[in-house]
Ligand binder design. Sequence first.
Ligand code: DQA
Length: 149
Amino acid sequence: MTDASNLIYVLNGPNLNLLGTREPEIYGSDTLDDIAGMLEDRGRELGLEIDLRQTNHEGMLVDWMHEAQAEGARAIIINPGAYTHTSIALLDAAQAIKTPVIEVHLSNPLKREKFRHISYIGMAAAKSILGHGAKGYLMALEAVAAGEI
Ligand code: DQA
C-alpha cells in the first residue's frame, strides 16, 4: 500500500517526451524513461515513491498539482518546460497548494534567450535547480529526502 507521505510527483511539461532526441546539445541524451529509472532507483534507497508523468497540456499540469495535494504527496518536482516562462496558472497552482514545489530545468534558462529568464513557477518554488541536466531531478529528490524543503 502507498504511504502518501513518501510519494513524490515528478511532473514534466511540453516537449519533454522528446528528451533524448530533442536538442541533445542543450538537454542531454537521457530520455524521460532514463530519468524515471534513475529516480525510481534512488527513491527506493531513500524510501520515496516516484510518480513521474509528462504532458504537453498546461491545464493537465494544474490538475496534477491539485491531485498531488489531494493525495497528500510529500513534494512536487516539476519541469514545466516552456510553461515556466508563460504560465501564471502554474504559479497560481503552486501558491494555492501546500505541497512544496521544486522547479527543475535541464538547461540553465538564465544563460539562454532573454524570454527564458522569467520563471513564474519559480516565484512560488521552495527550490529551483537549473542547468544540471538529468542530475537536477536527482538533486531535487535528495533535497526532499534531506528534509531541505
Ligand atoms: C527547460 C527550459 C525551458 O526554457 C524550455 O522551454 C524547455 C526545457 C529545461 O529543462 O531546460 O522546454 O525547462
